[in-house]
Ligand binder design. Structure first.
Ligand code: UTP
Length: 468
């Protein structure tokens, strides 16, 4: 184990020796834990990030040079585009059938806004059966396996705060019908929180205040965990990426995958047409010929409000964080040092003060540093954007109540079922709801086939029926 002197040699040059304030009071195990945390961090780099973030030294965006990024409309606007999309769909199907695609979910976040005690993926969200987010995804993958006659590997990024609980949840639930070997979990790295004076905070006398390093930490984590090598060994060339909080995600989307591959895109994104200029979605933009996402909070209001036609926002393509990425691209950007700059978030972080007492602050007292996945976009060749169908694909669980909450998510889940059934000729009367299982239904065609085959059971009024 490292001695106090050795640790001081690491910390002092970076002005972080306060971390050892209580070292002399700690027992062997506690010292071991703290030493390990300290040695896992690249202090010169991390301290510099914190100092820059505190000074507000991120490069300003030259907004006068910004233009909206072009995107493929969901409903093709020309015959040519229609034919291209039809071809892309078939190509996507072939890639799926040939085992070229794997699934990747980021699930390492803290889920603080939801305030749920446990990994967010274990949150029970389906309206009738109370299936967890992980179960909904697992069953959707099983359905896609049956559709395309293939077997997916599902990579799941966890973090120190939820890795053990996530693994235990999958074990307990027998991987929801997937084979254990298909589910590959790995942890992302953690970063310390810093006080407003640039000093790393202690969460306890023997522990730094650590938090996961953001979904953008996934690139390095994919490399360092061996997941990237595993993909290459398996001949996987494309990753279908989604966040753990959106049960409506189309986990495997032949059109999106096919378009990505046919246009030789490194990293592709789905876009939602913003409801209004203030909707909290990042904007797809072009700057100096590169695609970037400008966060809603960074976008000047006059630009966000700009119209390219009366009543149509110029910057209407917003990001719901759904992507397809090439394995080659991830390999390329992680082959050396990935020069991402972390984003700063002001947070309330409980900490040990100079008297050795735990302080639970009532207002933000610290900054957390997080990498964002979309910061890879400017590095990507031919980045493609494809419009998504909001009511069929996006209903995240972010907050306890109100917008993007379990209540709005469940309502959207049921509304999608209602829509797909209507398309299959079944109009549900008021009060009759149906939870369509992702085990059997991942798109409208699945429902049409089911209904046409006469498989729809009698449905009860005034309740949520479950159909699988
Ligand atoms: P959010 O940005 O919504 O964060 O993550 P969160 O941690 O889930 O929730 P809050 O902000 O604390 O309330 C979007 C997605 O990115 C993943 C999350 O698990 C979620 O799938 N994520 C986020 C990570 O995997 N690692 C991180 O460090 C942060």
């Amino acid at each position: 184990m490292a001695t106090k002197e050795e640790l001081l040699k690491v910390l002092e040059p970076n002005g972080q020796e306060q971390i050892l304030t209580y070292w002399d009071e700690l027992d062997e195990n506690q010292r071991e834990q703290l030493a390990q945390q300290i040695l896992e961090i690249d202090w010169p780099t991390v301290t510099k990030w914190a100092a820059n973030a505190l000074k507000g030294e991120s490069a300003p965006i030259p907004f006068d040079k910004l233009t909206p990024a072009p995107y493929h409309a969901l409903v093709p606007e020309t015959e040519e585009e229609k034919a291209f999309q039809a071809k892309a769909y078939q190509h996507g199907v072939e890639l799926l059938k040939n085992g070229k695609v794997a699934a990747f979910t980021v699930a390492g976040g803290q889920g603080t806004r939801l305030g749920y005690d446990g990994p967010k993926g274990t949150y029970e969200v389906s309206p009738a059966m109370h299936k967890s987010l992980f179960q909904i995804f697992a069953e959707a993958l099983l359905r896609n396996q049956a559709k395309y006659g293939c077997k997916f590997t599902w990579y799941i990024m966890t973090s120190k705060i939820n890795d053990a609980a996530t693994r235990a949840f999958f074990e307990k639930n027998h991987y929801f019908g997937l084979e254990k070997e298909q589910v590959k979990m790995f942890k992302q790295a953690m970063l310390p929180a810093f006080g407003l004076d640039g000093k790393a905070l202690l969460a306890a006398k023997d522990s730094l205040a650590l938090s996961p390093n953001g979904h953008g930490g996934s690139f390095v984590a994919l490399r360092d965990s061996g997941a990237l090598e595993d993909m290459k060994k398996k001949g996987v060339t494309i990753l279908s990426y989604w966040q753990v909080d959106n049960p409506l995600i189309k986990v495997m989307d032949p059109l999106f995958i096919g378009l990505h591959d046919m246009t030789k895109s490194d990293m592709s994104s789905r876009a939602l047409i913003k409801r209004d200029y203030a909707e909290k979605l990042g904007h797809f933009c072009i700057l100096d010929g590169k695609m970037i996402i400008v966060e809603y909070s960074d976008m000047p209001v006059e630009l966000a409000k700009q119209e390219d036609k009366p009543g149509r926002l110029a910057y209407r393509a917003g990001s719901p964080a759904m992507h397809v990425m090439s394995v080659d691209f991830i390999d390329r950007i992680t082959s050396g040092t990935l020069e991402f700059n972390p984003h700063r978030a002001n947070k309330k972080v409980p900490y040990i003060n100079d008297n050795g007492e735990l302080v639970v602050p009532e207002s933000p007292n610290a900054i957390k540093l997080e990498f964002f996945l979309f910061d890879a976009l400017p590095l990507a060749k031919n980045p493609l954007v494809l419009e998504a169908c909001r009511d069929e694909q996006f209903a995240p669980v972010k907050n306890k109540e109100g917008e993007d909450s379990p209540a709005t998510c469940r309502a959207a889940y049921l509304a999608r079922g209602r829509k797909w059934l209507r398309a299959a000729g079944v109009v549900l009367p008021e009060g009759m709801e149906v939870e369509l299982s992702t085990k059997s239904f991942v798109d409208e065609d699945d429902v049409k086939e089911f209904v046409k085959g006469g498989h729809l059971p009698p449905l009860k009024p005034n309740c949520i029926n479950y159909v699988e």
